[in-house]
Write a new protein. Sequence first.
Lengths: 319, 572
Amino acid sequence: MWSYLVRRIFQALFTLLIITVLCFLLTRFSGDPLAQYATNPRMSAADKEALIERLGLNDPLHVQYFKWLGLAVQGNLGNSFFAKQPVSEMIMQRLPNTLILMLTAEFFTILFALILGIISAVKQYSFIDNLITMFSFIGFSVPIFFSALGLMLIFAVQFKAWGLPYLPTGAAVWNKSDPVEYIRNLILPVSALVFVSTAGYSRFVRTSILEVLGLDYIRTARAKGLHDRAVLFKHALRNAALPLVTIVGLDIPFLLGGAIVTESIYSWPGMGRLFWEYAQRSDYPVVLGVLLVISTAVVFLTIVTDVIYTFVDPRIKLG
Amino acid sequence: MKQKLSVLLSLLVLASMVLAACGGGGASSASGPIPFPEGGKSVTGAYDQEPDAVVPYFTQMSFAIWVTQLTLVGLGEWDDQGNFVPELAVEVPTAENGGVSADGLTITWKLREGLLWSDGTPLTSADVKFTWEMVMDPGNAVTSRTGYDKIESIETPDDTTVVIKFSALYPPWPTLFTQGPNNGGGIVPKHMLEGKTALESDPFIRMPTVASGPFVITEWIPGDYMTLLPNPNYYKGRAKLDRVQIRFVADSAAALAALQTGDIDWYPNFSEGDIETLKGLEPNVKLTVIPGVDFEHYFFNLGRVDGVDGRGKADNEGFCPFKDVRVRKAITLGINRQAVVDSLLSGYTTVPVSQWPNSSWTNDSLVVDAYDPDAAAALLDEAGYTVGDDGIRVGDCNGEQVRLSFNFETTTAPIRISIATAAQADLAKIGVEFTPIHTPAGTFFGQYVDGGPLTTGKYDMGGYTTGFYPDPYTDNYSCENIPNAASPTGNNWYHNCDPFLSDLMDTMLDTVDPAERKAILDEAQAYIAEQYYVIMMYARGNVYGSTPRFQFGPVGPESDINWNSELWDVTE
């Protein structure tokens, strides 16, 4: 077990190293951090040279990378080129907002996926199953920017135009210590995320349950005279939910990255917007910082998940 | 089950509506120089970029400069009529009032009596001198020292007199220590920053909590919003509003929706492409378009590897036919620019005569060339380019057969894509194959070492927006400023070395007399027009969307809505 863990941790560190190299190259080749000053007539050639020197952009690429890496391994993600603030501080300012948004969305996604998936499976080929299937396919097909903008247009813009109580667009300055205000501002972004994510999960739950319902032990349970509800919730669902737990487990680290589109549309000050805003400016310390946090979480939570499997399912042996 | 589901859904909808109805105004408690009173007048604006720092000299970001206009004012500024007017000073220095010495090397500013910072500390000439020292301190990573490095010394004989001595003539001196929409030069408080270095990382530089302008920043939640409250010591008196909040949003789409619901009161950064949408929302949303001093222009790469008379050697040779003024003129006449303005830009702006539009520097004697495809075709015939079998003209250029087929490079902005497509169709009618290539701005404006097409001269024609103001001098035509391997940061991206024009522009640096400088610039504008070096597409408009309740003061091409924010008000 311990030798397995040590081996996995070394593999994880190597993976992270490769990820940082790739991310660094992608970010550096995606644009010039000084491009925003390009057409500014008040920046002389000397000013631009001084800025290039200060930001270290005149160093060869590998020197720039190793300088960044040298600081990163000491836990210092450097300073943003433009905000001039420590990247770790910027991440910590946004992370709580992202976690609130994403965990709420994940909770409702799982809840609705289970409800819809179970109904769909139990009522296979019924009208309600077809209806849920239709909505699932809509959720699959509609891109998040469309559903997010659509919800905003209906429940914020049009509801106001129609004189109905309307939900906020997220762009107002609102009081975060007021729980009612918080919930009002969460409803639309969470709904947009849930609408899209529930579609996939509910199909997954439906298939899982249908598979389990056809197994011998369910037939045995029924033969013993158990009520349908008991068969479903005590026997079928517990086994059918296992694959869902795996998928949700793998999703959790990605929640740290936030949702670029949803956070942007609803002006939610989270990690996704932080990443996107600074990627547009090619501010690579911020971009790499965010990516490093996400990839570290993905790599290490995968190890944790593997270890947890050994406790959940005794058939699995590590090593 | 169906019944239970419908009950559940009804409850959800009901809960949403109750929560929506319960919401209050969302006012956050704030403390500051003049605390926000219960039921006070408040507005919320939206910016799609969060300022990086709100002390000028440490930022070049427009959004940041806009906030500095509200908080840290300068000795002078430009008003809605384009006049250079005093701000912290009593008057603008001139030769007549003795403010500009006979040799032009000494500028004397006289400050108003009794100026105070928002914390009650006197604002004196020592603050002006300290501002210069801070900019020149090598320990501070300011974004630009241009102009300030020409100052030899600053003397402060008394609290209200500032005597600035230049080491060499510096005609753009009005841009130093002054504020404008794109000229961050406000005075900084000595008592807050004295003795510190590496100020770029100082919290005060990011968020100055002491102000000389109408408002003081009292709260800034990164990624979210900032709050400004009135400065009780502002020299023009207390601002009309009790609070200004600026919310950071992702883009104009988010701002547009928020304007419609009244979640925000104004958004200053709509593009000309949004004009039609905003017009459709009137009167619930107020549209304001101010023709600006920036301009969108197309230009030819005129690089010459061997340079001209030993000057201005470029690393890449421009497209050969562009060296003939008749070809440049034909392409200019062949694009229906007025149609672009009328249709794609809803007629809210104009085709400018020169690169100094809508300002006191414009050469008003010049006339815009009208769209004339017949004259364009005749010019190309005359230059020896005749229409080939495929409809594209072919001709001889320096002994080689060349097709009039070339690339046009610009960014991916939607309005640029639309306009380039229209130009492509127009030019096809006169036998010119104009192929737009749209590159992300970060790559298009990339540095020489990163292979940026503009800096390396690896393009045929290009297009982007810029503007030469508040001072009209530009080194964009300087032979010595063409970027190349030896000097990669030059600003002459036209790669055009015309020794006459280069020297003419430089004579603008030989005099501080505004009339003399205007005469030189008039000649330069006429010469550039005659040579068809650039195609002026349209003067960029400042497009504001606001709620009808939000009232701002007079706005002009050289000033945005922030220059007189003390007049901002709301009508309920």
